[in-house]
Ligand binder design. Structure first.
Ligand SMILES: [Zn+2]
Ligand SMILES: [Zn+2]
Length: 347
């Protein structure tokens, strides 16, 4: 750990890009009571560091949630280690679909209040009492039916670049925001089959348990989420009902599932589904930018950010506190106002 503190982020990223170690990106989660998250974290960190694992893992009393990359040569060892931990026996490792192995450059294991922030009081939902898990084939059959409604339980910037045909995609920035909003959307569909999905399944475990408590009955969740769906569709040659990209929370920012590009550049409106963070670190807005606009705006979200990064470090420091950038103003995922500013109506 000491080593990481002495080396800056840019240096670590550069090392990763240059490295010829072949890495596999994967994710996992389990809702399970972890009595002593701090000691569990310490034990995990020691072994994963030995296996040169990079990534981000959250440990809480309610369970574990991880997105990591591991040198391919250590994949079996990692699997056996995790499987050997009584709390994690039998946990699925969701292997990434479209993977260059450059997903993470450092290992961080953080203690959290919850592995998925839901804004609910402790113990309000029991993820073990969620909806019925369905596989890709059942998902395809069910979603062909008129009496089924599909709900995307992810955030707007995720569903914007890829989602299932006909899914309700709530305009939310966080999971906690989505629960009341989806509740409103579902009121008129109470009698139908309700099928929920997210990236890997973790959010649906909670969401379906929450909606069961709210009196909804026919609740289903896509087992293993979009990642497992894409794997099954490929392995079993099923029809693929997912369109576009699967947004991921790592350096890749997305995995291509199908060829269709369903989003547009936020600056010029041309077809594009490449997320990027504004190059102005004081802004860091997450937005969609095409290569032409990237060049025109020096990888920035606006002329304001472009002008700011062209200043000397001294002038930046002087003016920074008086300026508000899109990202600092609206948060990581909030770019609605940015659309307005650019005069774009993206519907
Ligand atoms: Zn553009
Ligand atoms: Zn910016």
């Amino acid at each position: 750990m000491a080593l990481f503190n002495k080396v800056n982020k840019g240096e670590l990223k550069a090392r990763l890009q240059e490295s010829d170690v072949i890495r596999t990106t994967l994710s996992f989660y389990r809702y399970v009571t972890i009595e002593e998250p701090a000691s569990f974290r310490a034990m995990l960190f020691k072994r994963l560091e030995e296996m040169a694992v990079y990534g981000r893992i959250y440990v809480a009393k309610e369970g574990i949630n991880g997105q990591i990359s591991v040198p391919q040569s250590n994949l079996n060892e990692l699997h056996d280690y995790l499987d050997g931990l009584p709390l994690l026996t039998g946990m699925r490792l969701n292997i990434a679909i479209d993977d260059d192995g450059k997903s993470f450059y450092v290992l961080k294991i953080k203690l959290r209040e919850k592995i998925v922030a839901d804004g609910l009081p402790e113990g309000a939902v029991d993820p073990a009492k969620g909806g019925t898990h369905i596989d890709a084939e059942t998902f395809n059959q069910m979603t062909d039916r008129e009496d089924t409604v599909v709900v995307d339980m992810r955030n707007h910037y995720e569903s914007e670049v890829g989602h299932f045909e006909g899914a309700l995609c709530p305009d939310v920035e966080t999971f906690r925001e989505s629960l009341p909003l989806v509740h409103d959307l579902l009121e008129e569909h109470r009698s139908k089959n309700i099928v929920m999905y997210c990236t890997g399944g973790i959010r649906c475990e909670k969401a379906t348990a929450y909606f069961r408590k709210q009196g909804f009955e026919n609740l289903y969740q896509l087992d293993g989420g979009i990642i497992e769906y894409a794997r099954q569709v490929k392995a079993r040659r099923l029809a693929n009902k997912f369109k576009g990209k699967n947004f991921v929370f790592d350096e890749r920012l997305g995995e291509r599932i199908t060829g269709e590009v369903i989003a547009q550049c936020h600056q010029c409106g041309t077809a594009c589904d490449d997320h990027t963070n504004c190059a102005n670190d004081a802004c860091h807005l997450l937005f969609i930018q095409c290569p032409t606009c990237a060049e025109k705006f020096d990888q920035c979200c606006s002329s304001k950010c472009k002008d700011f990064i062209s200043l000397s470090a001294e002038d930046q420091a002087k003016t920074k506190k008086d300026l508000q950038f899109n990202g600092s103003k609206f948060g990581k995922g909030r770019y609605k106002a940015h659309h307005d500013e650019m005069g774009l109506d993206l519907g």
